[in-house]
Every structure is written in structure tokens, then in C-alpha cells.
Ligand binder design. Structure first.
Ligand code: MTE
Ligand code: MO
Length: 207
């Protein structure tokens, strides 16, 4: 895991990231917020959990994994401590989430794709290398601060990829589609960076 991301699951949490000075935890160009801003490109969908599912779609377009809410809730959950960094320049430190590691979601699957496109209720998409979703770096978050995730923040479930700019953490996520080549998602097709590393200040394409 990228040391700079500050993401730690409770099991291995040493407190090291909290000991580092706040300034050292702020990527270039970012400022601190203490509230939790809501940033949504459209209206908040309210999909009831009895009509919710999560899918992993293979390179051939076939569903290789599907969980309804009850099945997804039975997957092992972790507590995740992390900082998040929005491309609009706010950063929020020491967040505590509950979620299912994508390693658990992908358990037993053939991971022969280079990339994935996350898709969400409302039509939002965002692209990530598969390597950034595995190895304890990404979760499907279902809780925040010990409570069910609020709809405004992506409930019932959102992607959480704290080592990349927060637009990669798709709210209301419904699945991941494996891809052989990197394809732009919603913000990426509007000029935002294909990868989005806050420590390299990859805000826009060309950065
Ligand atoms: N589905 C969806 N996911 C999304 C967005 C969105 O508009 N729609 N905005 C992104 C951006 S730009 C940010 S900064 C974060 C904001 O999450 P928050 O509203 O919980 O702070 O969600 C990301 N995920
Ligand atoms: Mo953002």
C-alpha cells in the first residue's frame, strides 16, 4: 500500500499516519476541511436495498459475480481509517469507514484485466487500473463513522479508493466492469486525469 495514502485497516493500524504532521499529510495544493462536503454531479439516487445488487462484469461482458444486499452484507467488513483528497482542493483527514475490501469481492475470480470501470446508479462512471483496486487499497464502503452510509455520501454503498482523488470513489456504486484498455469515465472524459494521484497533483489530463 502507498504509505502516503494514510489508509489503514484497523487490524494493522499502528497510528503512524496520525503521528505525522498534518502538513505532511496534505498533498500539494490541498487545504483542510473539518466538515464533510457533499459533491454530486446530479441528484442523489435512492435505491432501496431490496432492489440493489453489486456486479462484477468480465471482459466478455458477462456477469462473473453478483451479490444482492443480503449476500453483500454477509461479506467480511473492515474498518478503514484514511484521509481523502478532492480535486476541488479540500482534504479531510482521519475518516473512519466500514466496508468490504475489493480483495474479498474478487476472491476466486480470474483477474486478467488491466483496468476496471466503476458504474453507479445515476449513470456516473470512473476508470481505475485493477492494480489500484486490489492489495488492500480499495473498498466498497457501506458505513461511515459507525453508521450506515448516508445517501448524500453514496449510500447504500460507494467505492472508496483513498489513495486517488476522491472523484474515483464512485458513490451509489453498483458494480465494476473489467476492461483490457483504459477508458475514460464521467469526469475523465471531461478533461480530468485518467489516474488522479493527489501526491503527483494529477488533476487534469496532461498534468
Ligand atoms: N456517483 C457519483 N459518485 C461520485 C460523484 C458523483 O457526482 N456521482 N462525485 C465524486 C466527487 S468529485 C467527489 S469529491 C466525491 C464526493 O463525495 P462526498 O459527496 O461523499 O463528499 O464523490 C465522488 N463520487
Ligand atoms: Mo471531487
Amino acid at each position: 500500500m502507498d504509505e502516503r495514502s494514510g489508509a489503514r485497516v484497523t487490524r494493522g493500524f499502528t497510528g503512524r499516519s496520525r503521528d505525522r504532521s498534518v502538513a505532511a499529510r496534505l498533498p500539494p495544493g490541498q487545504y483542510l476541511v473539518t466538515d464533510f462536503p457533499v459533491l454530486s454531479a446530479g441528484p442523489t439516487p435512492h435505491t432501496p436495498v431490496d432492489r440493489w445488487d453489486f456486479r462484477v462484469v468480465g471482459l466478455d461482458g458477462r456477469t462473473v459475480g453478483r451479490w444482492d444486499w443480503e449476500q453483500f452484507s454477509a461479506l467480511p467488513q473492515e474498518t478503514v481509517h484514511c484521509d481523502v483528497h478532492c480535486v476541488t482542493k479540500w482534504s479531510k483527514l482521519d475518516m473512519t469507514w466500514q466496508g468490504v475490501s475489493l480483495d474479498a469481492v474478487f476472491d476466486g475470480m480470474l483477474l486478467d484485466a488491466g483496468y476496471a470501470m466503476a458504474f453507479a446508479d445515476g449513470g456516473y462512471t470512473t476508470n481505475l487500473p485493477l492494480a489500484d483496486l486490489t492489495g488492500g487499497k480499495a473498498w466498497i464502503a457501506v458505513g461511515y463513522g459507525g453508521h450506515a452510509l448516508e445517501p448524500e455520501h453514496g449510500g447504500p454503498a460507494r467505492l472508496l479508493v483513498p489513495h486517488l482523488y476522491f472523484w474515483k470513489s464512485a458513490k451509489w456504486v453498483r458494480g465494476l466492469q473489467f476492461l483490457t484498455t483504459d477508458q475514460p469515465g464521467f469526469w475523465e472524459s471531461l478533461g480530468y486525469h485518467m489516474y488522479g494521484d493527489p501526491w503527483r497533483e494529477q488533476r487534469y489530463s496532461g498534468d
